[in-house]
Design a protein around this ligand. Structure first.
Ligand code: FES
Length: 182
């Protein structure tokens, strides 16, 4: 039975770590002095990471390169649902489990996404984060996207889908699966 848990964080080797540091330096340099620089740096750092996440090392590097406290960088990275502190699949599906979305069927959407991608079970009382063995997909939940009037809301690779239906979600997943096989 597939377990629905966060993936383990991998420790990068030294050259990879140095490479990641210089990559972040370049991202910080390009974003310097722009409004919302920290958000942009976090977003680009996560986008460039092959497992689409912000490691502790990355957060430390961002804090030191931007002259910010680690606490502030961490609080921003954990406040916004887009950012992930654990490794993710190539495609990320985030299902809102807030009250408005729940009353409009988000549990069914979550269960559909999980079962289509091979997860066998989901306990309603736990936060879901499931990554397929081939690291092509991650399905996770968020407490609220702040777009409750458009419930149920699902984000797929950063694109928000409002009033999502099961049929539409299946179409999106099938299209991504086809893309993954190319
Ligand atoms: S409850 Fe889903 S967007 Fe607010």
């Amino acid at each position: 039975m597939a377990r629905i848990t966060a993936s383990k964080t991998q420790q990068p080797n030294k050259p990879a770590q140095e490479n990641a540091v210089s990559q972040i330096r370049e991202i910080v340099r390009r974003a310097a002095d722009k409004p919302g620089a920290l958000l942009a740096v976090l977003e680009e750092t996560q986008r460039q990471n092959e497992r689409r996440y912000l490691s502790e090392e990355a957060l430390r590097t961002i804090a030191s390169e931007m002259g910010e406290s680690l606490a502030r960088v961490y609080s921003v990275a954990t406040f916004y649902s887009y950012y992930s502190l654990t490794p993710q699949g190539k495609n990320v599906i985030v299902v809102c489990r807030g009250t408005a979305c729940h009353t409009r069927g988000s549990l069914g959407l979550l269960q559909e996404a999980l079962s289509r991608l091979g997860a066998q079970s989901y306990r309603e009382d736990e936060e879901a984060s499931y990554t397929t063995d081939d690291a092509q997909f991650t399905v996770r939940t968020v407490a609220c996207f702040g777009q409750c009037a458009l419930a149920p809301v699902v984000a797929v690779n950063g694109t928000i889908y409002s009033r999502m239906s099961t049929a539409r979600l299946c179409q999106v997943i099938n299209a991504l699966k086809k893309g993954a096989k190319k």
